[in-house]
Ligand binder design. Structure first.
Ligand code: 5GP
Length: 195
């Protein structure tokens, strides 16, 4: 028997673009056979976040040890003082389950994965209809301070420049259409690769 080697689906976007909602939707569609890549981070858990479900939370020293031991597929200092990364062991865990991997990671990390596994990765950039609408979504969410919102907006302006480097740009204007389109993208990539 040939060991299963799954595909990689990267969803990257500025925060407030609806990316996480789309990823959760894809995970709920059973026949897509996807599992979520739980990232490691040095930032503390927020609110209802759970260790080993939302992230592998760890102190900076432990994160740095993983870097030294070459345990990451990719890692980034996404925000000042906060490290995020995908552990190689996480991808192996999901492939061993016989599933495909979904990543909800930042734009730079997403492109690093695409560069390492060009044939096996579909990289999708989720774009908000406009920066104004994105700002409104961030404010409606009421989870961030004003300072944090401004930091996220500044990052978004920079991230949008990378959209052209992705395989596909998914404009999240209407959420139910975007969910359906994301589903079709994943299905098509799986079918194409099966042939
Ligand atoms: P948050 O702190 O809001 O959970 O995430 C902040 C940002 O880090 C988001 O854009 C998220 O997609 C990104 N992120 C989460 N995990 C990873 C990862 O493993 N690698 C990279 N490069 N970015 C990540």
């Amino acid at each position: 028997m040939i060991p299963f080697k799954g595909k990689m689906f990267v969803f990257s976007a500025p925060s407030g673009s609806g990316k996480t909602t789309i990823v959760h939707h894809l995970l709920s569609v059973g026949h897509l056979n996807l599992d979520f890549s739980i990232s490691a981070t040095s930032r503390p858990a927020r609110g209802k976040e759970i260790h080993e479900k939302d992230y592998y939370f760890m102190p900076l020293s432990a994160f740095e040890k993983h870097i030294k031991d070459d345990n990451f597929v990719e890692y980034e200092e996404v925000y000042k003082g906060a490290m995020y990364g995908t552990l190689k062991s996480e991808v192996d865990r999901i492939w061993k389950e016989g599933k495909h991997v979904v990543f909800d990671i930042d734009v730079i990390g997403g492109l690093k994965i695409k560069r390492q596994f060009p044939e096996d990765t579909l990289a999708v950039f989720v774009k908000p209809p406009s920066l104004k609408i994105m700002e409104q979504r961030l404010r409606d969410r009421k989870t961030d301070t004003e300072e944090k919102i401004l930091e996220r907006l500044a990052k978004a302006e920079n991230e949008i420049n990378y959209a052209k480097d992705f395989d596909f740009i998914l404009i999240n204007d209407d959420l139910s259409t975007a969910k359906k389109d994301a589903e079709l993208l994943v299905e098509n990539f799986q079918n194409k690769s099966d042939n």
